[in-house]
Design a protein around this ligand. Structure first.
Ligand code: C2G
Length: 143
């Protein structure tokens, strides 16, 4: 069984994320997503719209995803590869050549897939101007 691992925030899950997950899953038989916790997003200077719990629930509903684990630190990747017996780490091409991933070569296969053009979480936020929560809206559990 070939095990694939990818990392990300996956906020406001969109077509680009799904395309990444679909292609990553096609590289093996089992796909693990290490999902950035809200605290780790702080280290990435990202504030996700959805909480970790909501983002995890959405990813677990995606047919290509077999397991979601928390991404808490930049440095956990080698342990993840070993602990989950990962054969291939996959990331979008915006990470190609990054020191955050290149050191994994020699421990597992490393694959960068082209990003899906025209869509991103930050673009969605900007275009929908999601600056303020709308008053009176019911909150998503864990938000
Ligand atoms: N992605 C993509 N096409 C897009 C948008 C995103 O292929 N249009 C990919 C990214 O390249 C990444 C994955 O989808 O591989 C998740 O994107 P983000 O949630 O933005 O991930 P990021 O914040 O880059 O987190 O330790 C690594 C980080 O946790 C990666």
């Amino acid at each position: 069984m070939k095990r694939v691992l990818t990392y990300g925030t996956f906020d406001l899950l969109h077509y680009g994320h799904i395309q990444l997950l679909r292609r990553a899953r096609q590289l093996g038989d089992y796909l693990i997503v290490a999902l950035s916790t809200d605290e780790f997003n702080g280290l990435k200077n990202k504030k996700a719209y959805h909480s970790y719990e909501a983002r995890k629930a959405m990813l677990e509903a995606v047919r290509y995803v077999d397991l979601v684990i928390p991404e808490k630190t930049w440095g956990q990747k080698l342990d993840d590869v070993k602990n989950y017996h990962v054969d291939t780490v996959v990331m979008g091409s915006d990470w190609a050549g990054s020191d955050r991933f290149e050191y994994l070569k020699g421990h597992c296969e490393l694959v960068y897939l082209d990003r899906t053009p025209g869509v991103s979480t930050s673009r969605i936020k900007k275009e929908l101007d999601l600056q303020q929560p709308m008053p009176g809206m019911t909150q998503i559990p864990g938000e």
